[in-house]
Ligand binder design. Structure first.
Ligand SMILES: Cc1cc2nc3c(=O)[nH]c(=O)nc-3n(C[C@H](O)[C@H](O)[C@H](O)COP(=O)(O)OP(=O)(O)OC[C@H]3O[C@@H](n4cnc5c(N)ncnc54)[C@H](O)[C@@H]3O)c2cc1C
Length: 386
């Protein structure tokens, strides 16, 4: 294992940075911030046009055959700039599952559109009564001839109000053990009986509660075998659990450094001249470094045919909790002014400190809470009993 990025990876990263510098204008950022929606059609199309949508996919499926390090460099840059890519990411994740276990019909219907930025897919796993224990899903799909009739509701279907499809987890055999009676479907959101209602989170992000009232979908929209939904879902959860959130710490560090050098303290000197300021900023830099290394270790493992079963959750827990710690520390450092929001002209760093504080809390919840990740590390990584 080495820690040096190859020149080709850095060249690829430089191209991504150049593209993002061009399109992530202050006006665009403002629009995304106000909307609370992490998606923009033109931005997504721009990624496609530049080969930044699914670079590590095989060329025959619309990718560029790039390696996992280039893919990682892209993810880091998108996250560091807070680019609106959540819907693109969920779409790519589901497309990848369809590529692996979807029927030929489904592949032909979805993959070209998804890779062209014309088709989008949201995730419908969590329900009002179950999130961590996702296998307890109660939303029902009942077979009726060649169709399925779906009834139930899903919580936190982020982007469900704009996506073309929801990748839905539904219970097909209530009499079987809970993990063995689930099936995955791709539900077109323009089907009668589907409804999305807004839910606003602490960070200002819009997500949705979605309702399914006698939603009829043909069997051809099923992904994987009937009652094999848990295995299909596993393909996406492993991806989610291996996520790293270090680049958000990089963004915070950037704002902290800018504040510490560009503002004047009460004695007229910039805050960076104070020992306490330097100590706190250095601590954030160290946590950033560890977060990035943990994430890159997962990439290295995957490249070497090893599954980051415990290392993925370690990366997720450490980087998200470090982000919370760092955000709180920076708000304390900057003082009451840090609580000024983006909407106040006098807010330091255009309100990024208080926004990152609110934003950081959610990162320890979605894609598996810290408690759930720790359980995976304990049981699967350390082999401890349940
Ligand atoms: C902003 C946001 C966006 C989201 N987007 C999506 C999306 O697009 N699609 C989707 O399907 N879901 C989405 N989610 C849902 C997310 O995955 C769930 O919130 C998460 O899995 C936790 O589930 P829950 O909210 O039901 O909490 P619960 O599972 O009810 O957990 C409540 C608390 O109990 C703890 N807990 C639960 N079980 C255990 C256990 N066995 N041991 C120890 N502690 C436990 C949890 O860690 C947590 O602290 C999103 C959530 C948020 C906040």
């Amino acid at each position: 294992m080495h820690f040096q990025s190859a020149p080709e990876t850095e060249a690829f990263r430089a191209g991504v940075r150049e593209h993002l510098a061009e399109v992530m204008t202050p006006e665009f950022e403002e629009r995304i911030y106000r909307s609370g929606v992490s998606h923009d059609d033109d931005f997504a199309k721009g990624l496609v046009d530049h080969g930044y949508f699914a670079p590590s996919w095989p060329a025959e499926f619309g990718g560029q055959d790039r390696n996992a390090w280039e893919d990682q460099a892209l993810k880091e840059e998108l996250m560091r700039t807070d680019a609106p890519v959540y819907l693109s990411e969920t779409t790519r994740m589901v497309a990848s599952i369809i590529r692996q276990v979807g029927t030929q019909t489904l592949r032909e219907r979805i993959l070209p559109g998804a890779l062209a930025g014309d088709i989008t897919v949201a995730l419908g796993f969590t329900e009002p009564e179950c999130g961590s224990d996702v296998a307890a899903a109660a939303t029902r799909a009942v077979r009726q001839g060649d169709d399925w009739i779906i009834n139930g509701s899903k919580m936190f279907t982020t982007n469900g109000h704009i996506a073309d499809y929801v990748f839905l987890l539904a219970r097909t055999s209530p009499d079987k053990p809970k993990h063995k009676g689930l099936t995955m479907f791709l539900v077109p959101t323009d089907t009668d009986g589907f409804e999305a209602q807004a839910v606003w989170t602490l960070s200002g992000e819009r997500t949705n509660i979605t309702f399914y009232s006698d939603v009829r979908v043909a069997d051809e929209w099923r992904i994987g075998d009937v009652d094999a939904g848990w295995q299909v879902l596993g393909l996406s959860l492993q991806d989610e659990h291996a996520s790293g959130w270090g680049p958000h710490i990089a963004r915070l560090l950037h704002h902290a450094e800018a504040w510490a050098t560009d503002t004047a303290a009460t004695d007229g000197s910039p805050p960076i001249t104070k020992t306490d300021v330097r100590r706190r900023i250095t601590r954030v830099a160290m946590e950033l470094e560890v977060s990035m290394l943990l994430q890159r270790r997962c990439v290295w493992m995957a490249e070497n045919g090893l599954a980051p079963v415990a290392e993925g959750p370690m990366s997720k827990v450490f980087s998200t909790e470090a982000l919370v710690r760092a955000s709180q520390d920076m708000v304390e450092l900057v003082g009451p002014d840090a609580m000024r929001s983006h909407y106040e002209p006098t807010a330091p760093e255009r309100g990024r400190f208080e926004h990152l504080l609110r934003f950081s809390l959610g990162t320890t919840i979605y894609a598996g809470t810290s408690e759930v990740q720790r359980t995976i590390i304990a049981q699967r990584g350390l082999g401890l009993p349940r």
